[in-house]
Write a protein that binds this ligand. Structure first.
Ligand code: NOJ
Length: 754
């Protein structure tokens, strides 16, 4: 079957060349020019055909699909996995349609393809955009080899709600960090040249506000003031557009009453006009049609009208465009210019991708097991995404350790470690923590493995006895707990963020043995862990770490490598504290400046105002379990000597803020140094902290280094109530910090005229 790779002169190739020529007029140079030239030769039906995307149909190509492709009525497909079918579809488009326009084939390649990388939320914990870029480049190459031209990634929805299942797919709560990560992932997928057959087109999704779903319930509405949209939710998309992202996907949610797929202001005005986005917009799966259920459209004709007007260029899965656009144009309800614009955008990307020259699947090589270098990268990515949250000193495990109990439903489950959206990675190619530990320690440590529970939701306690016996016969217990993949991701929101099933009881039984328990959590979101800590000697957050999670975890547990990841999402103390995030507003009654009476201290029949009048909860206070930016290492880092080059920042000038970071522990380590600011007085109140920079540095034991950040006035502005980006003079605080809740603080004044 793979002899297709060998270039041959046969009737098929000759035909392909023959069909390629008439659509590439002499003199046409750029993709835009080629798209324009082609557009002139297209009928209205064919133009609308480019705007139609259909899903795979499982098995034989139905006759009506063949006919539609021949008639130029389909522009794209998603999810076709059969090579033969893919080839045939492309052949129909190239050889049997009038203009031979290739289909663009799409797939959700979210965090790896065959080589599965950690979930994006985990990758973000590395704070290494370049590592993320490299991971996406591997995924692009593998997906391109399987015949895909386009991925629906990266997801860059800022979210502050860990109940929301799709938190796993994004980069966390901060717009600045998410912007860096989003741009890096786009560059990784797309490379420098989309026509390079190792690259695929990326898709910035979900535009926009999807992560603000009310109550963390997937698909629920987002209520976002315009200034917040601009300050918090739009920046990653802007960064992706600036990085050259080829496509953008609309979101399922409504924003302030208007569903995203019908949102003229967001799609047409901001994305296309204001930002100058030149790629195309695809709807999310039937999100156009769902505007009827939202109560925004009357019927499918109305759907087609509103989506096309808003600026959705391609409709995924539902058929409003195919069924109604032509009549709407002929009836004068939609100007043909809108159709031209949409089709031109889609054709441009097809030309950019080089599909007219080589549309075939398996453009480079047959599918094959992951390459050693790609596995090494996945391992590095998993390693750098691990976040050490607690450590009594038990980690790294002692080299003289002779026996170990490995317990828990996530310890040896090669499927669950791959995380949400894993479609193409093979569990049999993943290395579990148990296997990783065995490979690392060989015969030197005797390992007592007993899962205790079969899977994370398992409530059957029949395995407890063996698990407790294993714990009793070992010096240290490693308990691998967490969430199965299916508990995060699309439509998988949770109201309780505890360890599901009987995992908590199992942990209690293990702790009751008196053996120290190291808890390793593998999950797609932050869980509420406060009630687990008195039973554990250490807590390592491993997320869903992908194919190479096992070796990475083993390396850290045994101290071959040091943990260095830091959280990009605040961990709540309790579900009732959500949303809790570092860049909150101060309020008029900030808790940190007031005496707080906690629940248990309140006298009976106390008078209302005697409690302290501060913004917090009586039962858990106001601080989260772990702040944004937090993560421990096997060494200690001391921050000192904060310096600002000036106490004032003048227009056109730069302020340098620096601090000395010292590795005062006994091991080498990497530290993620963060720069935050606070604008003390604004025409709109500003958050108590905003991330403005970060650097990851490696310091040998005992080594010190000065870390400097530059701040320019333009970085200190924000979108005001009129949606204008303003840089307002006044006093600012600045921190160089290990996380969002601590650090060294200085102050400066931004002078007028900036
Ligand atoms: C729906 C999801 O919201 C989106 O992220 C995904 O790309 C599409 N389905 C296609 O699978």
């Amino acid at each position: 079957m793979f002899d297709r790779f060998i270039p041959r002169i046969n009737w098929r190739n000759i035909l392909a060349l023959f069909f390629a020529f008439p659509i590439l007029p002499i003199g046409a140079q750029t993709s835009e020019e080629k798209a324009d030239a082609l557009l002139k030769r297209m009928t209205l039906t064919e133009k609308i055909g480019q705007m139609v995307q259909i899903n795979d149909f499982n098995g034989e190509i139905p006759e009506h699909v063949r006919e539609a492709i021949r008639a130029g009525k389909i522009g794209s497909m998603l999810n076709e996995v059969e090579v033969e079918t893919s080839l045939e579809l492309q052949r129909l488009a190239r050889e049997e349609s009038r203009l031979g326009i290739p289909l663009i084939m799409a797939r959700d390649v979210i965090h790896g393809f065959r080589t599965v990388f950690p979930i994006p939320l985990a990758q973000a914990a590395s704070w290494e955009p370049d590592l993320i870029r490299k991971g996406a480049a591997v995924a692009a190459r593998e997906a391109a080899q399987a015949g895909y031209h386009w991925t629906f990634a990266p997801m860059m929805d800022v979210t502050r709600d860990p109940r929301w299942g799709r938190i796993a797919e994004g980069f966390g709560e901060d717009p600045f960090l998410a912007s860096q990560m989003a741009a890096a992932m786009v560059k990784g997928f797309q490379g420098d040249d989309l026509a390079d057959p190792h690259t695929i087109a990326a898709c910035a999704k979900h535009f926009v506000g999807y992560g603000a779903a009310e109550g963390g319930r997937d698909y629920d509405r987002a209520i976002i003031p315009d200034h917040m949209l601009r300050n918090v939710f739009l920046p990653p998309f802007r960064a992706a557009v600036d990085a050259g992202v080829a496509t953008v996907m609309t979101s399922f949610n409504e924003i302030n009453g208007i569903p995203a797929s019908g949102h003229v202001k967001i799609l047409r005005e901001i994305l296309k006009k204001e930002w100058g986005f030149e790629g195309f917009v695809v709807s999310d799966w039937e999100s156009t049609k769902e505007m009827i259920a939202h109560g925004y459209c009357e019927d499918m004709r109305d759907v087609a009208r509103k989506s096309a007007r808003a600026g959705v260029d391609m409709e995924m899965q539902s058929s409003a465009y195919g069924d109604h656009l032509e009549a709407l144009v002929r009836g004068g309800e939609i100007p043909e210019a809108l159709i031209d614009d949409a089709a031109r955008r889609i054709l441009k990307i097809k030309f950019d991708l080089g599909l007219f020259e080589n549309p075939s699947p398996y453009r480079i090589a047959p599918p094959r097991p992951p390459l050693a270098a790609d596995l090494a990268l996945a391992r590095e990515s998993a390693l750098k995404s691990l976040v050490l949250l607690e450590n009594s000193g038990i980690l790294p495990l002692s080299p003289s350790l002779k026996s170990l109990a490995v317990i828990g439903p996530m310890a040896d489950d090669p499927y669950e470690m791959l995380g949400t959206w894993n479609r193409d990675g093979l569990p049999e190619e993943s290395i579990t923590p148990l296997a990783g530990i065995r490979n690392l320690v060989g015969e030197s440590v005797s390992i007592h493995y007993a899962p205790g529970l079969d899977f994370s939701r398992d409530k059957n306690r029949s395995g407890f006895e063996a698990a407790v016996a294993a714990a009793q016969s070992a010096e240290v217990v490693l308990f691998f707990a967490g969430e199965e993949s299916i508990l995060s991701g699309e439509a998988h929101s949770r109201a309780y963020l505890d360890l599901p099933g009987a995992q908590n009881e199992l942990l209690e039984a293990l702790a009751a043995t008196g053996k120290p328990v190291v808890l390793i959590i593998m999950a797609g979101r932050p869980l509420v862990v406060g009630n687990l800590l008195d039973k554990t000697a250490a807590l390592l957050y491993a997320w869903h770490p992908g194919t190479m999670g096992g070796p990475a975890i083993a390396d850290v547990l045994f101290g071959k490598e040091a943990p260095s990841g830091k959280l990009t999402i605040t961990f709540p103390k309790a579900e009732g504290q959500i949303p809790v995030y570092y860049a909150h507003k101060n309020t008029g009654r900030p808790p940190h400046s007031r005496k707080l009476t906690m629940m248990d201290d309140i006298p009976r029949r106390a008078y209302q105002s005697s409690l302290g009048d501060a913004s917090r909860y009586l039962d858990i206070g106001y601080l989260p379990q772990y702040p944004f930016g937090y993560g421990l290492n096997y060494t200690r880092f001391e921050y000192g000597d904060l310096k600002l080059t000036s106490a004032v920042l003048k227009p056109g000038e730069t302020l340098t803020v620096s601090a000395t970071i010292r590795n005062s522990g006994k091991r080498d380590g990497a530290e993620i140094v963060q720069l935050y600011i606070r604008d003390l007085v604004g025409s709109l109140t500003r958050p108590v902290r905003e991330l403005k920079g970060f650097q990851k540095i490696n310091l040998k034991a005992g080594e010190s280094r000065q870390v400097s950040f530059e701040l320019r006035p333009a970085q200190l502005g924000f979108y005001n109530g009129d949606e204008q980006y303003v840089v307002e003079p006044g006093r600012f605080q600045v921190w160089i910090a290990p996380d969002a809740q601590s650090g060294l603080m200085g102050e400066f004044e931004l002078l007028p005229g900036s």
